[in-house]
Design a protein around this ligand. Structure first.
Ligand SMILES: Cc1cc2nc3c(=O)[nH]c(=O)nc-3n(C[C@H](O)[C@H](O)[C@H](O)COP(=O)(O)OP(=O)(O)OC[C@H]3O[C@@H](n4cnc5c(N)ncnc54)[C@H](O)[C@@H]3O)c2cc1C
Length: 386
């Protein structure tokens, strides 16, 4: 194992980043005080509030790293980091715009047409346009190269037929990025012949059906495409190059603070409500949680710094997601030491709601965005063990 090194550089945090953090924090506390939103667990997946997304858009806090001509603020990945971190820490309802801000917007910026950039990015930045991810299928999850959705070339465009599964928030979105096969896999190069399309979800032939998860939320969907026509300029990037695009999206998808802060709102609530002195045992539990958050945060910030340098830190991102998602699951188990074994929703106590939802949602943390077994495989390959 000698010689194996990971690169998590400590970023420079300049004054403008701290000022932005304070501004976001003050806005969020004001919103909570004024009843603008009720904090929720797993807010970036379960909290949908279009009005709140629009408010963030008006503040200029969506798409902050994008060029001004496309609705952005030309700020750094670290500015974006502190905004997302503050939103997650208070359980703000950010799901509607989360994926578009995190990865579909950057994908359009890197691979979209000028028309997409001019018409769609400013609407995303305004918190008015949302995009779903159409990768997984009934028989393709970890092994994405086996997608069966087909795009057939027709006059003036493409005809897409297939089913996408687990598409988070698609019922709220205007578009989906759909990974489809545009030519048959060639022996030995299964990753070729895949293409990404930006599909308007109001197109004829699209059906979206909600799937209820065990927390009672219809967060994800089955999205069916029956001979859906899209014009030639709906192709994202180059025909047949979809795989390369997806792999470069993954560092964005896997390394952010949402991969370890999904249940942090519960920690905040427990600390707020700990009116009595903590026992030694409780102090040890909370100390352990805080120490792990600190380490994960340093790693996740390191990935943001690498992204800022224009690098593609896929292996570091996979490591953050593996450690981070296990941590956010573990937090829920540890916090059960502070209260009842089972927490019930609807008692009127926010901690009850947050803990009940965290318990029911935590199994998904180590699945969504790539399972932990698959992430370990990426890390192993990255450090030369496979
Ligand atoms: C809450 C949630 C939201 C989601 N949102 C979206 C979304 O918006 N868009 C989207 O496209 N998808 C989404 N997904 C799907 C997610 O990406 C897949 O569930 C995930 O990639 C795993 O695929 P699968 O479910 O088909 O499991 P499988 O790939 O069938 O895996 C089953 C088991 O086998 C293991 N396994 C598979 N391959 C290997 C391997 N090579 N080595 C070791 N173990 C392996 C896995 O780790 C897992 O334990 C979401 C999932 C969840 C839970």
């Amino acid at each position: 194992m000698a010689g194996i090194r990971f690169n998590f550089p400590a970023p420079e945090i300049d004054q403008s980043i701290n000022e932005l953090r304070n501004e976001v924090r003050a806005f969020l506390h004001e919103e909570i005080r004024g009843g603008g939103f009720v904090p929720v667990a797993d807010c970036w997946c379960a909290g949908v509030d279009r009005n709140f997304s629009r408010k963030l858009g008006q503040k200029g806090w969506i798409g902050v790293t994008w060029p001004r001509e496309y609705g952005g603020q030309e700020l750094s990945a670290l500015h974006r980091y502190v905004i997302t971190e503050e939103l997650l820490a208070v359980g703000a309802p950010v799901h509607a715009h989360w994926i578009a801000d995190r990865q579909s917007g950057p994908l359009i910026l890197a691979s979209g047409t000028e028309d997409m950039k001019r018409n769609i990015l400013p609407r995303i930045a305004a918190g008015e346009c949302f995009v779903a991810l159409g990768l997984s299928e009934p028989e393709a999850g970890s092994d994405l190269a086996s997608v069966k959705t087909r795009a057939r070339k027709v006059d003036g465009g493409w005809e897409i037929t297939g089913t996408k599964l687990w598409s988070s928030g698609a019922q709220h979105c205007q578009y989906m990025t759909v990974l489809a096969r545009t030519s048959d896999p060639v022996e030995g190069s299964r990753h070729e012949g895949l293409t990404q399309f930006l599909v308007p979800l109001d197109s004829r032939g699209v059906t979206i059906s909600g799937i209820r998860d065990m927390s009672g939320v219809e967060h994800f969907n089955e999205s069916h495409f029956e001979s859906v026509f899209v014009a030639d300029d709906s192709v994202l990037g180059q025909v047949g190059e979809g795989w390369k695009q997806i792999t470069s999206e993954l560092a964005l998808e896997r390394s952010g603070p949402e991969r370890f802060l999904s249940t942090f709102i519960a920690v905040e609530r427990v600390l707020e409500q700990a009116s009595r002195d903590l026992t030694d045992r409780e102090a040890t539990v909370l100390g352990g949680i805080v120490a792990r958050v600190r380490a994960l945060r340093a790693m996740s910030l390191g990935v943001a710094a690498l992204l800022e340098e224009g690098k593609s830190p896929d292996v570091e991102a996979a490591l953050v997601k593996d450690l981070g998602t296990r941590f956010e699951q573990d937090v829920v188990e540890r916090l059960r030491e502070f209260g009842p074994i089972l927490w019930k929703r609807g008692s009127g106590d926010l901690l009850d709601d947050v803990m009940a939802d965290s318990l029911l949602r935590q199994p998904s943390f180590t699945l969504r965005g790539g399972t932990n077994e698959v992430l370990k495989g990426i890390v192993a390959r990255g450090i030369g063990l496979r």
